[in-house]
Ligand binder design. Structure first.
Ligand code: MIC
Ligand code: MG
Length: 299
């Protein structure tokens, strides 16, 4: 039997420095990311809200919404999955429920942040954070509810933009004290600031390489030298899919055909390859015989 998902995430962090964590907004993306060679995956809270519900990333999704996507991804890949659970979806008992359900759903770990429940994207202005004690309570509640000791609790702090670097580092240290295994400093603006976090907390830290935000797009080499343990690309593929999809919709609508945008599309053969479609079809033939329903002429 393979190791617990949390253990696999911890091993991946040892094996690859910094560990590249690929955002997969749904199960099929997870399959492609795995095939490309990533060793770990991420389910973005913004991704669940935007892609699955057509909603902005403003704390409008629930634990159930995230669990459903988590289960879909963990059912198609063995790669460890880190899940964004926003602010934990409630108080201590709700955080405990979240921990248990995420463990059951096959997640390797979660990150929980210190914004108020009316949260915003970490790269937007106007964020409000809870007091340090309240954030520490969230981490305590999560640690207390842990079902598997390897399950990763990552504390995200949005405090840099609100209270400054030193206060954010202090918070991060308090979270580690309370049981956080890793730290996600949000909206960091320089490699020196990552270095300062890494030196202070002495646990793996995650760098969020989300595009069009506050953080420059540092390379893995740069991040590695700054002491970063995980490099996250939460929505990169999603943004690319959206641009391609929009382009295709516009072309079909304006040109009356998709002929000029075929090069933007994954072919049927590639799609089926990633899905192992042919193996499934072969199985069907073995079970029930080829063309059991009659000739294709029957419709
Ligand atoms: C990482 C993040 O929390 C997410 O939900 O993916 C977002 C990403 C983004 O909006 O670009 C965040 O950084 O708040
Ligand atoms: Mg998020």
């Amino acid at each position: 039997m393979s190791a617990a998902p949390g253990q696999r995430l911890r091993e991946a962090i040892q094996a690859e420095v910094p560990l590249q964590v690929a955002g997969a907004i749904h199960a099929y993306s997870a399959i492609m990311a795995e095939r490309v060679g990533f060793r770990s995956l991420y389910l973005s809270g913004a991704g669940v809200a935007n892609a699955s519900f057509g909603l902005p990333d403003l704390g409008m999704t629930t634990l159930s919404d995230c669990l459903e996507e988590t289960r879909r991804i963990t059912s198609v890949t063995e790669l460890p999955l880190l899940v964004d659970v926003d602010t934990g979806f409630g108080g201590a008992f709700q955080i405990a429920r979240m921990m248990k359900e995420m463990n059951r759903a096959g997640a390797a770990g979660i990150h929980i942040e210190d914004q108020i429940s009316d949260k915003r994207c970490g790269h937007r202005p106007g964020k409000t954070i809870v007091k340090q004690e309240e954030m520490v309570d969230r981490i305590k509640a999560a640690a207390d509810a842990r079902m598997d000791s390897s399950f990763v609790i990552m504390a995200r702090t949005d405090a840099i933009a609100v209270e400054g670097l030193q206060a954010a580092i202090e918070r991060a240290c308090a979270c580690v004290e309370a049981g956080a295994d890793m730290i996600f400093p949000e909206a960091v603006t320089s490699l020196d600031d990552y270095r300062a976090f890494a030196n202070a907390v002495q646990v793996p830290i995650l760098a969020n390489m989300t595009e069009f935000g506050q953080t420059p797009l540092f390379t893995v080499e740069e991040l590695g030298k700054a002491g970063v343990g995980l490099a996250l690309y939460p929505l990169s593929a999603f943004r690319a899919m959206n641009a391609a999809a929009l382009n295709v919709y516009q072309a079909i609508r304006s040109e009356g055909t998709q002929r000029n945008v075929m090069d933007r599309m994954q072919t049927r053969a590639d799609l089926y390859d990633y899905l192992n479609y042919y193996d499934f079809e072969k199985k069907l033939d073995q079970l029930y015989g080829f063309n059991k329903g009659g000739s294709s002429d029957d419709g």
